[in-house]
Design a protein around this ligand. Structure first.
Ligand code: 5GP
Ligand code: ZN
Length: 115
């Protein structure tokens, strides 16, 4: 738990939010400002500020985040249609919450390259 971290406060229950899904490693939130019909944030319970802070010990955790994204995409009917997963890292990528989270976006056509 990092005291000034929004997602740590949510995970600790200091800020009460409904989780769309949770298990012992991660929680899933609906994004407050959705950029697609489905926009979920898949968040590890443990505080890791950016992808730059990952260690080899986190490999299993990161795999779990991606597998949760695939499961959630399938549950919402987007596995065949398609979906996008994104980690924003630092300023130029637009990271605004410094506790890693995997964005799962689906339900509309997506441009490439991303903006
Ligand atoms: P980032 O810009 O760091 O990649 O993504 C942070 C995401 O968290 C943004 O998409 C933003 O809309 C979302 N967000 C910020 N504050 C809240 C909040 O209080 N509740 C929820 N559910 N999402 C939030
Ligand atoms: Zn945190």
């Amino acid at each position: 738990m990092t005291a000034d971290c929004l997602f740590c406060k949510m995970i600790a229950g200091e800020i009460q939010v409904p989780f769309a899904h949770q298990d012992e490693q991660l929680v899933v939130l609906k994004d407050i400002n959705p950029q697609a019909p489905l926009h979920l944030l898949i968040i590890p319970r443990r505080h890791i500020a950016t992808l730059n802070d990952l260690t080899p010990e986190d490999d299993g955790l990161v795999g779990s985040l991606f597998r949760a994204a695939a499961t959630l995409a399938k549950q919402h009917g987007y596995d065949e249609r398609g979906y996008r997963t994104v980690f924003n890292v630092n300023r130029e990528a637009g990271q605004s919450v410094f506790h890693i989270h995997l964005h799962l976006l689906a339900g509309r056509g997506m441009g490439w390259p991303p903006g």
